[in-house]
Design a protein around this ligand. Structure first.
Ligand SMILES: [Zn+2]
Ligand SMILES: [Zn+2]
Ligand SMILES: [Zn+2]
Length: 409
Protein backbone atom coordinates (compact mmCIF):
# COMPACT_ATOMS: atom_id res chain seq x y z
CA UNK A 1 0.00 0.00 0.00
CA UNK A 2 0.92 3.64 -0.40
CA UNK A 3 3.87 3.09 -2.73
CA UNK A 4 5.16 4.58 -5.96
CA UNK A 5 6.91 2.87 -8.89
CA UNK A 6 7.17 -0.44 -7.06
CA UNK A 7 7.26 -3.77 -8.89
CA UNK A 8 7.52 -7.53 -8.24
CA UNK A 9 7.03 -6.94 -4.55
CA UNK A 10 4.87 -8.04 -1.66
CA UNK A 11 3.94 -6.69 1.78
CA UNK A 12 5.40 -3.26 1.18
CA UNK A 13 4.38 0.11 2.56
CA UNK A 14 5.67 3.54 1.56
CA UNK A 15 8.27 2.13 -0.81
CA UNK A 16 9.39 4.19 -3.80
CA UNK A 17 11.17 3.22 -7.04
CA UNK A 18 12.01 -0.32 -5.97
CA UNK A 19 11.92 -3.85 -7.31
CA UNK A 20 11.74 -7.36 -5.84
CA UNK A 21 11.11 -6.40 -2.24
CA UNK A 22 9.33 -8.33 0.49
CA UNK A 23 8.13 -6.97 3.82
CA UNK A 24 9.76 -3.56 3.41
CA UNK A 25 8.55 -0.17 4.64
CA UNK A 26 9.55 3.50 4.26
CA UNK A 27 12.28 2.89 1.68
CA UNK A 28 13.45 4.11 -1.69
CA UNK A 29 15.56 2.87 -4.61
CA UNK A 30 15.91 -0.76 -3.50
CA UNK A 31 16.56 -3.94 -5.43
CA UNK A 32 15.90 -7.31 -3.84
CA UNK A 33 15.55 -6.37 -0.16
CA UNK A 34 13.57 -8.18 2.56
CA UNK A 35 12.32 -7.58 6.09
CA UNK A 36 13.65 -4.06 6.28
CA UNK A 37 12.59 -0.50 7.03
CA UNK A 38 14.07 2.90 6.21
CA UNK A 39 16.52 1.87 3.49
CA UNK A 40 17.79 4.03 0.65
CA UNK A 41 19.83 2.83 -2.34
CA UNK A 42 20.33 -0.70 -1.01
CA UNK A 43 20.65 -3.97 -2.90
CA UNK A 44 20.27 -7.54 -1.75
CA UNK A 45 19.82 -6.63 1.90
CA UNK A 46 17.64 -8.34 4.48
CA UNK A 47 16.86 -7.47 8.08
CA UNK A 48 18.30 -3.98 7.87
CA UNK A 49 16.97 -0.80 9.46
CA UNK A 50 17.83 2.79 8.64
CA UNK A 51 20.61 2.10 6.12
CA UNK A 52 21.92 3.80 3.00
CA UNK A 53 24.08 2.48 0.14
CA UNK A 54 24.40 -1.08 1.50
CA UNK A 55 25.12 -4.13 -0.65
CA UNK A 56 24.19 -7.68 0.34
CA UNK A 57 24.12 -7.12 4.09
CA UNK A 58 21.91 -8.20 6.93
CA UNK A 59 21.37 -7.16 10.56
CA UNK A 60 22.51 -3.58 10.11
CA UNK A 61 21.03 -0.60 11.95
CA UNK A 62 21.90 2.90 10.71
CA UNK A 63 24.71 1.29 8.68
CA UNK A 64 26.25 -0.46 11.73
CA UNK A 65 26.40 -4.28 11.95
CA UNK A 66 24.69 -6.10 14.82
CA UNK A 67 24.27 -9.71 15.91
CA UNK A 68 20.92 -11.22 15.00
CA UNK A 69 19.71 -11.15 18.61
CA UNK A 70 20.83 -7.60 19.25
CA UNK A 71 19.31 -6.48 15.93
CA UNK A 72 15.89 -7.94 16.72
CA UNK A 73 15.96 -6.51 20.21
CA UNK A 74 16.84 -3.01 18.95
CA UNK A 75 14.24 -2.98 16.18
CA UNK A 76 11.62 -4.14 18.64
CA UNK A 77 12.58 -1.25 20.89
CA UNK A 78 12.22 1.24 18.04
CA UNK A 79 8.55 0.24 17.77
CA UNK A 80 7.63 2.35 14.75
CA UNK A 81 4.00 1.40 15.41
CA UNK A 82 4.09 4.50 17.61
CA UNK A 83 3.81 7.68 15.55
CA UNK A 84 6.07 9.53 17.95
CA UNK A 85 8.82 6.91 17.57
CA UNK A 86 8.23 6.77 13.85
CA UNK A 87 8.72 10.52 13.44
CA UNK A 88 11.98 10.44 15.35
CA UNK A 89 13.35 7.51 13.35
CA UNK A 90 12.22 9.17 10.13
CA UNK A 91 14.16 12.30 11.08
CA UNK A 92 17.35 10.36 11.89
CA UNK A 93 17.03 8.43 8.64
CA UNK A 94 16.56 11.65 6.69
CA UNK A 95 19.76 13.05 8.18
CA UNK A 96 21.69 9.88 7.33
CA UNK A 97 20.34 9.94 3.78
CA UNK A 98 21.23 13.59 3.40
CA UNK A 99 24.85 12.96 4.41
CA UNK A 100 25.27 9.82 2.29
CA UNK A 101 26.96 9.90 -1.09
CA UNK A 102 24.43 9.92 -3.92
CA UNK A 103 24.88 8.45 -7.34
CA UNK A 104 24.35 11.11 -10.02
CA UNK A 105 21.44 9.11 -11.45
CA UNK A 106 19.71 5.80 -11.06
CA UNK A 107 20.76 4.49 -14.48
CA UNK A 108 21.51 0.77 -14.71
CA UNK A 109 23.01 -1.04 -17.66
CA UNK A 110 22.04 1.72 -20.08
CA UNK A 111 24.85 3.13 -22.23
CA UNK A 112 24.53 6.61 -23.62
CA UNK A 113 21.41 7.54 -21.66
CA UNK A 114 20.60 10.65 -19.63
CA UNK A 115 17.74 11.14 -17.19
CA UNK A 116 16.83 9.14 -14.12
CA UNK A 117 15.47 5.71 -13.22
CA UNK A 118 16.49 3.95 -16.40
CA UNK A 119 17.24 0.23 -16.77
CA UNK A 120 18.49 -1.86 -19.71
CA UNK A 121 18.08 0.86 -22.31
CA UNK A 122 20.28 2.45 -24.95
CA UNK A 123 20.95 5.86 -26.41
CA UNK A 124 18.00 7.70 -24.90
CA UNK A 125 18.22 11.25 -23.65
CA UNK A 126 16.31 13.21 -21.06
CA UNK A 127 14.18 10.21 -20.15
CA UNK A 128 12.69 9.30 -16.77
CA UNK A 129 11.31 6.02 -15.47
CA UNK A 130 12.16 3.68 -18.33
CA UNK A 131 11.47 0.06 -17.40
CA UNK A 132 13.70 -1.53 -20.02
CA UNK A 133 14.46 -2.03 -23.71
CA UNK A 134 14.11 1.59 -24.76
CA UNK A 135 16.33 2.68 -27.64
CA UNK A 136 16.98 5.91 -29.45
CA UNK A 137 14.34 7.99 -27.66
CA UNK A 138 14.17 11.45 -26.16
CA UNK A 139 11.87 13.21 -23.65
CA UNK A 140 10.06 10.03 -22.67
CA UNK A 141 8.62 9.58 -19.20
CA UNK A 142 7.14 6.51 -17.59
CA UNK A 143 7.79 4.02 -20.36
CA UNK A 144 6.76 0.36 -20.47
CA UNK A 145 9.23 -2.09 -21.98
CA UNK A 146 10.22 -1.88 -25.65
CA UNK A 147 10.03 1.52 -27.29
CA UNK A 148 12.24 2.88 -29.99
CA UNK A 149 12.69 5.94 -32.16
CA UNK A 150 10.18 7.97 -30.16
CA UNK A 151 10.03 11.51 -28.84
CA UNK A 152 7.87 13.42 -26.34
CA UNK A 153 5.75 10.79 -24.61
CA UNK A 154 4.28 10.00 -21.22
CA UNK A 155 3.12 6.50 -20.36
CA UNK A 156 4.19 5.08 -23.68
CA UNK A 157 5.87 1.92 -24.95
CA UNK A 158 5.03 -1.77 -24.76
CA UNK A 159 6.52 -2.77 -28.11
CA UNK A 160 6.03 0.41 -30.09
CA UNK A 161 8.07 2.67 -32.31
CA UNK A 162 7.87 6.06 -33.96
CA UNK A 163 5.48 7.58 -31.46
CA UNK A 164 5.49 11.35 -31.05
CA UNK A 165 3.58 13.75 -28.78
CA UNK A 166 1.39 11.09 -27.20
CA UNK A 167 0.42 9.80 -23.79
CA UNK A 168 -0.82 6.36 -22.77
CA UNK A 169 -0.05 5.08 -26.26
CA UNK A 170 1.87 2.28 -27.91
CA UNK A 171 1.15 -1.43 -27.41
CA UNK A 172 2.52 -2.88 -30.62
CA UNK A 173 1.80 0.28 -32.56
CA UNK A 174 3.82 2.37 -34.95
CA UNK A 175 3.68 5.97 -36.17
CA UNK A 176 1.12 7.04 -33.56
CA UNK A 177 1.27 10.81 -33.17
CA UNK A 178 -0.43 13.72 -31.36
CA UNK A 179 -2.93 11.52 -29.55
CA UNK A 180 -3.82 9.58 -26.46
CA UNK A 181 -4.86 6.05 -25.56
CA UNK A 182 -4.01 4.74 -29.03
CA UNK A 183 -3.05 1.08 -28.79
CA UNK A 184 -1.67 -0.97 -31.67
CA UNK A 185 -2.17 -0.18 -35.32
CA UNK A 186 -0.18 2.35 -37.29
CA UNK A 187 -0.38 5.83 -38.79
CA UNK A 188 -2.98 7.15 -36.37
CA UNK A 189 -2.89 10.94 -35.91
CA UNK A 190 -4.77 13.34 -33.62
CA UNK A 191 -6.88 10.52 -32.30
CA UNK A 192 -8.16 9.38 -28.94
CA UNK A 193 -8.95 5.91 -27.65
CA UNK A 194 -8.48 4.11 -30.99
CA UNK A 195 -7.23 0.54 -30.87
CA UNK A 196 -5.88 -1.68 -33.66
CA UNK A 197 -6.59 0.91 -36.34
CA UNK A 198 -4.51 2.20 -39.22
CA UNK A 199 -4.45 5.32 -41.34
CA UNK A 200 -6.87 7.29 -39.21
CA UNK A 201 -6.95 11.02 -38.61
CA UNK A 202 -8.84 12.87 -35.87
CA UNK A 203 -10.87 9.91 -34.71
CA UNK A 204 -12.31 8.87 -31.36
CA UNK A 205 -13.10 5.43 -30.03
CA UNK A 206 -12.47 3.35 -33.15
CA UNK A 207 -11.65 -0.37 -33.12
CA UNK A 208 -9.86 -2.06 -36.04
CA UNK A 209 -10.72 0.58 -38.65
CA UNK A 210 -8.77 2.07 -41.54
CA UNK A 211 -8.98 5.26 -43.59
CA UNK A 212 -11.27 7.19 -41.27
CA UNK A 213 -11.33 10.95 -40.71
CA UNK A 214 -13.49 12.33 -37.90
CA UNK A 215 -14.77 8.76 -37.56
CA UNK A 216 -16.15 8.79 -41.11
CA UNK A 217 -15.14 5.98 -43.44
CA UNK A 218 -13.33 6.89 -46.67
CA UNK A 219 -11.68 4.87 -49.40
CA UNK A 220 -7.89 4.72 -49.46
CA UNK A 221 -7.77 7.20 -52.36
CA UNK A 222 -10.16 9.63 -50.71
CA UNK A 223 -8.21 9.44 -47.43
CA UNK A 224 -4.91 10.06 -49.14
CA UNK A 225 -6.17 13.13 -50.97
CA UNK A 226 -8.10 14.56 -47.99
CA UNK A 227 -5.47 14.33 -45.25
CA UNK A 228 -2.90 16.60 -46.95
CA UNK A 229 -5.67 19.19 -47.46
CA UNK A 230 -6.59 19.07 -43.77
CA UNK A 231 -2.95 19.44 -42.77
CA UNK A 232 -2.59 22.42 -45.09
CA UNK A 233 -5.70 23.94 -43.55
CA UNK A 234 -4.35 23.31 -40.03
CA UNK A 235 -1.21 25.21 -40.94
CA UNK A 236 -2.96 28.09 -42.69
CA UNK A 237 -5.77 28.60 -40.18
CA UNK A 238 -4.15 27.44 -36.98
CA UNK A 239 -5.92 27.40 -33.67
CA UNK A 240 -4.63 30.22 -31.50
CA UNK A 241 -5.34 30.15 -27.78
CA UNK A 242 -6.01 33.10 -25.50
CA UNK A 243 -2.28 33.43 -24.75
CA UNK A 244 -1.42 33.62 -28.44
CA UNK A 245 0.00 30.11 -28.68
CA UNK A 246 -0.45 28.73 -32.19
CA UNK A 247 -1.23 25.07 -32.79
CA UNK A 248 -0.22 24.08 -36.29
CA UNK A 249 -0.03 20.53 -37.57
CA UNK A 250 2.63 18.85 -35.48
CA UNK A 251 1.52 20.19 -32.10
CA UNK A 252 -0.43 18.29 -29.50
CA UNK A 253 -4.01 19.39 -28.77
CA UNK A 254 -4.28 22.75 -26.99
CA UNK A 255 -4.91 22.46 -23.27
CA UNK A 256 -8.16 24.44 -23.83
CA UNK A 257 -9.68 21.21 -25.11
CA UNK A 258 -8.79 19.22 -22.02
CA UNK A 259 -11.80 18.40 -19.84
CA UNK A 260 -9.46 18.65 -16.86
CA UNK A 261 -7.94 21.66 -15.14
CA UNK A 262 -4.17 21.92 -14.70
CA UNK A 263 -4.23 21.20 -10.99
CA UNK A 264 -6.18 17.97 -11.31
CA UNK A 265 -3.79 16.42 -13.82
CA UNK A 266 -0.35 14.91 -13.32
CA UNK A 267 1.11 18.14 -14.70
CA UNK A 268 0.56 19.48 -11.20
CA UNK A 269 2.41 16.51 -9.71
CA UNK A 270 5.58 17.07 -11.70
CA UNK A 271 5.43 20.79 -12.36
CA UNK A 272 3.51 22.16 -9.43
CA UNK A 273 2.11 25.66 -9.95
CA UNK A 274 0.01 27.98 -7.84
CA UNK A 275 -3.41 29.14 -8.99
CA UNK A 276 -1.95 32.51 -10.03
CA UNK A 277 0.79 30.88 -12.13
CA UNK A 278 -1.68 28.52 -13.76
CA UNK A 279 -4.08 31.29 -14.76
CA UNK A 280 -1.20 33.48 -15.95
CA UNK A 281 -0.15 30.71 -18.34
CA UNK A 282 -3.69 30.42 -19.66
CA UNK A 283 -4.56 27.03 -18.17
CA UNK A 284 -7.67 26.10 -16.28
CA UNK A 285 -7.73 25.85 -12.49
CA UNK A 286 -10.17 23.78 -10.55
CA UNK A 287 -11.38 25.30 -7.32
CA UNK A 288 -11.57 23.07 -4.29
CA UNK A 289 -14.81 21.21 -3.75
CA UNK A 290 -16.68 22.66 -0.84
CA UNK A 291 -16.33 20.10 1.93
CA UNK A 292 -17.72 20.53 5.37
CA UNK A 293 -16.88 17.24 6.98
CA UNK A 294 -17.92 16.61 10.50
CA UNK A 295 -14.64 15.23 11.86
CA UNK A 296 -15.10 12.20 14.08
CA UNK A 297 -11.41 12.25 14.97
CA UNK A 298 -9.42 15.46 15.04
CA UNK A 299 -5.87 15.06 13.76
CA UNK A 300 -4.30 15.59 17.16
CA UNK A 301 -6.54 12.89 18.64
CA UNK A 302 -5.39 10.07 16.35
CA UNK A 303 -4.00 7.40 18.72
CA UNK A 304 -0.18 7.40 18.88
CA UNK A 305 0.41 3.63 18.81
CA UNK A 306 -1.35 1.29 16.38
CA UNK A 307 -1.80 -1.08 19.33
CA UNK A 308 -4.18 1.45 20.86
CA UNK A 309 -6.40 1.48 17.77
CA UNK A 310 -9.53 -0.64 17.93
CA UNK A 311 -11.98 -1.76 15.25
CA UNK A 312 -14.31 1.07 16.21
CA UNK A 313 -12.15 3.47 14.13
CA UNK A 314 -13.34 1.87 10.90
CA UNK A 315 -15.56 4.23 8.91
CA UNK A 316 -14.79 7.21 11.15
CA UNK A 317 -14.01 10.55 9.48
CA UNK A 318 -10.36 11.28 10.35
CA UNK A 319 -8.97 14.75 9.83
CA UNK A 320 -5.98 15.24 7.49
CA UNK A 321 -3.13 17.13 9.12
CA UNK A 322 -2.93 19.51 6.13
CA UNK A 323 -6.59 20.52 6.58
CA UNK A 324 -6.90 21.46 2.91
CA UNK A 325 -4.31 24.23 3.19
CA UNK A 326 -1.67 22.61 0.95
CA UNK A 327 -1.51 22.54 -2.87
CA UNK A 328 -1.92 18.74 -3.03
CA UNK A 329 -5.59 18.19 -3.75
CA UNK A 330 -6.07 17.51 -0.07
CA UNK A 331 -9.42 15.87 0.66
CA UNK A 332 -9.24 17.23 4.23
CA UNK A 333 -10.27 13.89 5.73
CA UNK A 334 -9.99 10.15 5.22
CA UNK A 335 -11.46 6.89 6.47
CA UNK A 336 -10.11 3.45 7.20
CA UNK A 337 -11.50 0.21 5.83
CA UNK A 338 -11.03 -3.11 7.68
CA UNK A 339 -8.28 -4.39 5.33
CA UNK A 340 -6.22 -1.26 5.86
CA UNK A 341 -6.42 -1.40 9.62
CA UNK A 342 -5.49 -5.07 9.53
CA UNK A 343 -2.48 -4.23 7.33
CA UNK A 344 -1.26 -1.46 9.65
CA UNK A 345 -1.56 -3.80 12.61
CA UNK A 346 0.15 -6.72 10.89
CA UNK A 347 3.06 -4.50 9.77
CA UNK A 348 3.14 -2.53 13.07
CA UNK A 349 2.68 0.83 11.35
CA UNK A 350 1.21 3.95 12.91
CA UNK A 351 -1.98 5.30 11.37
CA UNK A 352 -1.23 7.90 8.69
CA UNK A 353 -1.82 11.52 9.65
CA UNK A 354 -2.54 12.81 6.16
CA UNK A 355 -5.08 11.91 3.47
CA UNK A 356 -4.21 9.66 0.48
CA UNK A 357 -3.69 12.58 -1.93
CA UNK A 358 -1.32 14.32 0.46
CA UNK A 359 0.52 11.02 0.97
CA UNK A 360 0.94 10.71 -2.80
CA UNK A 361 2.44 14.19 -3.01
CA UNK A 362 4.71 13.41 -0.07
CA UNK A 363 6.09 10.39 -1.96
CA UNK A 364 6.55 12.46 -5.12
CA UNK A 365 8.47 14.98 -3.02
CA UNK A 366 10.97 12.29 -2.05
CA UNK A 367 11.88 11.73 -5.68
CA UNK A 368 14.09 14.05 -7.66
CA UNK A 369 12.37 16.25 -10.24
CA UNK A 370 12.17 15.29 -13.91
CA UNK A 371 14.79 17.87 -14.69
CA UNK A 372 18.52 17.67 -15.41
CA UNK A 373 21.49 19.84 -14.54
CA UNK A 374 25.02 19.53 -15.88
CA UNK A 375 27.33 19.05 -12.89
CA UNK A 376 30.79 17.85 -11.93
CA UNK A 377 31.53 14.85 -9.75
CA UNK A 378 32.08 16.06 -6.19
CA UNK A 379 34.80 13.53 -5.39
CA UNK A 380 38.07 15.37 -4.96
CA UNK A 381 40.27 15.08 -8.02
CA UNK A 382 37.57 13.61 -10.27
CA UNK A 383 36.83 15.66 -13.37
CA UNK A 384 33.85 13.65 -14.60
CA UNK A 385 30.76 15.55 -15.65
CA UNK A 386 27.24 14.26 -15.84
CA UNK A 387 23.63 15.31 -16.19
CA UNK A 388 21.84 14.81 -12.89
CA UNK A 389 18.44 15.41 -11.37
CA UNK A 390 20.19 16.70 -8.23
CA UNK A 391 19.97 20.48 -8.58
CA UNK A 392 23.26 22.32 -7.94
CA UNK A 393 21.87 24.12 -4.86
CA UNK A 394 21.09 20.85 -3.06
CA UNK A 395 23.21 19.85 -0.10
CA UNK A 396 23.87 16.19 -1.01
CA UNK A 397 27.26 14.97 -2.17
CA UNK A 398 26.81 13.69 -5.71
CA UNK A 399 29.33 11.32 -7.33
CA UNK A 400 29.81 9.98 -10.84
CA UNK A 401 29.16 6.30 -11.50
CA UNK A 402 32.81 5.25 -11.03
CA UNK A 403 33.41 7.16 -7.80
CA UNK A 404 30.07 5.99 -6.39
CA UNK A 405 30.86 2.35 -7.10
CA UNK A 406 34.23 2.69 -5.36
CA UNK A 407 32.40 4.00 -2.33
CA UNK A 408 29.66 1.40 -1.98
CA UNK A 409 31.21 -1.92 -2.95
ZN1 LIG B 1 -4.76 15.97 2.89
ZN1 LIG C 1 -1.42 18.09 1.71
ZN1 LIG D 1 33.81 10.88 -10.00
Amino acid sequence: MDSLVLSNSELCYEVIASNKCYNVTHSQNLEGCNNSSFLFECRGCSDCFGCVNLRNQSYHIFNEPYSREKYLEKVNEFNIGSYKNFKEIEKNFKDLKQKAIQKYANIVNSPNCTGDNIVNSYNSKNCFDLYGEVRDCKFIQNCAKFLKDSYDGYGVGSSADLTYEVFDTGVQGSRLCFGAVVYGGHDVYYSYNCHGSQNCFACVGLRSKSYCIFNKQYTKDEYESLVPKIIKHMNEMSYVDAKGRTYKYGEFFPSDLSPFAYNETIAQEYFSLTKEEVLKQGYKWREKDGRSYQMDIKNENIPDDIKEVGESIIGKVIECEHKGTCNEQCTEAFKLIPDKLQFYKRMNLPLPRICPNCRHYERLGKRNPMKLWLRKCMKEGCQNEFETSYAPYRSETVYCERCYQQEVY
